[in-house]
Ligand binder design. Structure first.
Ligand code: URP
Ligand code: ZN
Ligand code: ZN
Length: 462
């Protein structure tokens, strides 16, 4: 199958130029001026941007959590991602406590294989690295799983103590793998939560008010220090606050290989979202929680200056009707997480490029290229170059939409609300190409489940 894209304005993390792009055998094969080549499909991209497909390095599809399972599976979640201009996701497989990490990986492969609209990889959530299990990390690298998430939050569920964090980091450092950390001091937070519940503070907003930014910053600082001693690079996931960012910036100033991602929810939503009537605040129960609004501008600054490298979504949706409602009597029972995989590209284009906070090149870098480099996908993914996978987005910079589950509906995620309901964006994905196949054509899904492939990732490109 061949595709010729005419008159594109090609934007990568470093380039901005006009040319035609010829795609053959799933890859970009020729880039040049006024190409006169025959193709099965010819697309005129006049007036549009051509971006490398978005890479969302943080999703949770079909994930058992909080007494239920996240509402998007690999079919619905990756299709929604495609609608939004994302052509690769990296999801989190989970090692069950006391069991082999490889068994956990097999479980996630079975969930995803043959079901996805776009390409995918896995990180591994490590919960138990005692004794012989350490050898499993090397086996994971051989299988293309080159990053591991460790939790300082959720004691008794996914939490790992500092000793095990240190040992896991040391092994990852030796291998050149990347440690990702969910940084919140779960032990202290649990004490604050217990007191709040004893005092009858049970509404959704108390989820946020019991998780101070200082407890995020503490865990960021601590895990940076442990990683430094262990000799491991470190990637902080879903960084939400200025306090936490300050710790990352200090470490980077000292020359440490410390990286961070933030998410659209921390750039567009804030503590006031918990003040909605009744149980509405449950929509925004996620960890870390939404913060005071002033943090948003600090995070944008981090994205601009380079202290934050990437924007992921931490997409982890739960329906209000029968999932979030599990916590109607007390916020501790509300499943943690929110949807967003579909909205990331347009939101970051709006907040970043349209509102003049970042350049077009930086937009591509934080939505695609950086994740490709950090997670061993570059240059196959994350750029537009001869030989790269033809994962491409034809993006209309002038199309205005109001994000909504209602009429007119922009929403394809399998969940009964959108965190960004009513937010207006300028800039929308129009046509999406995944490894040379058009899967979204003028806003319609024309792909099929199983189009996506598992990608064995390499090690961190330094
Ligand atoms: O609330 C969240 N973030 N849920 C998903 C799991 C995680 O911690 O990333
Ligand atoms: Zn997390
Ligand atoms: Zn997550």
């Amino acid at each position: 199958m061949s595709v010729l894209i005419k008159n594109a304005r090609i934007i990568t993390a470093v380039d901005d130029y006009r040319a035609d792009v010829y795609i053959e055998d799933e890859q970009v094969s020729v880039i040049g001026n006024d190409l006169q080549m025959e193709a099965d499909t010819i697309i005129d991209a006049q007036g549009k941007y051509l971006f490398p497909g978005g890479i969302d390095p943080h999703t949770h599809f079909d994930m058992p959590f909080g007494g239920t399972v996240s509402a998007d599976n690999f079919e619905t979640g990756t299709r929604a991602a495609a609608f939004g201009g994302t052509t690769t996701i990296i999801d989190f497989a989970i090692q069950t406590m006391g069991k082999s990490a490889l068994e956990g990986l097999d479980t996630w492969h079975a969930k995803a294989e043959g079901n996805t609209a776009i390409d995918y990889g896995f990180h591994m959530i490590i919960t138990d690295m005692t004794g012989n299990r350490m050898n499993e990390l090397g086996m994971l690298v051989d299988r293309g799983i080159t990053s591991y998430k460790l939790f300082t939050a959720y004691p008794g569920v996914l939490y790992m103590d500092d000793g095990m964090i240190y040992n896991t980091m040391q092994k990852a450092g030796e291998m050149g793998a990347l440690i990702c950390v969910h940084a919140e001091n779960g032990i202290v937070i649990d004490e604050i939560v217990k007191k709040a519940v004893r005092d009858g503070k049970t509404a959704p907003k108390w989820h946020a008010l019991t998780r101070p930014t200082r407890m995020e910053a503490e865990a960021v600082h601590r895990t940076i220090s442990i990683a430094e001693v262990a000799g491991s690079p470190l990637y902080i996931v879903h960084l939400s606050s200025s306090d936490a960012l300050e710790q990352v910036a200090r470490a980077r100033d000292r020359g440490l290989p410390v990286y961070a991602e933030t998410c659209p929810q921390y750039l567009f939503l804030d503590l006031n979202n918990y003040e909605h009537d009744g149980f509405e605040g449950a929509k925004y129960v996620m960890s870390p929680p939404l913060r005071e609004k002033w943090n948003q501008e600090e995070l944008w600054k981090g994205l601009k200056t380079g202290d934050i490298q990437a924007v992921s979504t931490d997409h982890c949706p739960f329906r209000m009707s029968d999932q979030k409602i599990l916590g109607k009597d007390v916020f501790t029972k509300i499943p943690n997480g929110a949807p967003g995989v579909e909205n990331r590209m347009s939101l970051i284009f709006q907040g970043g490029v349209v509102e003049s906070r970042i350049s077009l090149n930086r937009f591509v870098e934080i939505t695609s290229t950086s994740a490709a480099k950090l997670f061993g996908l570059f240059p196959k993914k994350g750029t537009i170059a001869v030989g790269s996978d033809a994962d491409l987005v034809i993006f209309d910079p002038n199309r205005k939409e109001t994000i909504s589950v209602n009429n007119p509906c922009t929403h394809h995620m399998n969940v009964d609300y959108n965190s960004y309901e009513g937010i207006q964006v300028k800039g929308f994905s129009e046509t999406v190409i995944s490894r040379g196949k058009v899967i979204i054509q003028d806003g319609e899904y024309v792909g099929k489940k199983g189009d996506g492939r598992f990608i064995k990732r390499g090690l961190l490109s330094k």
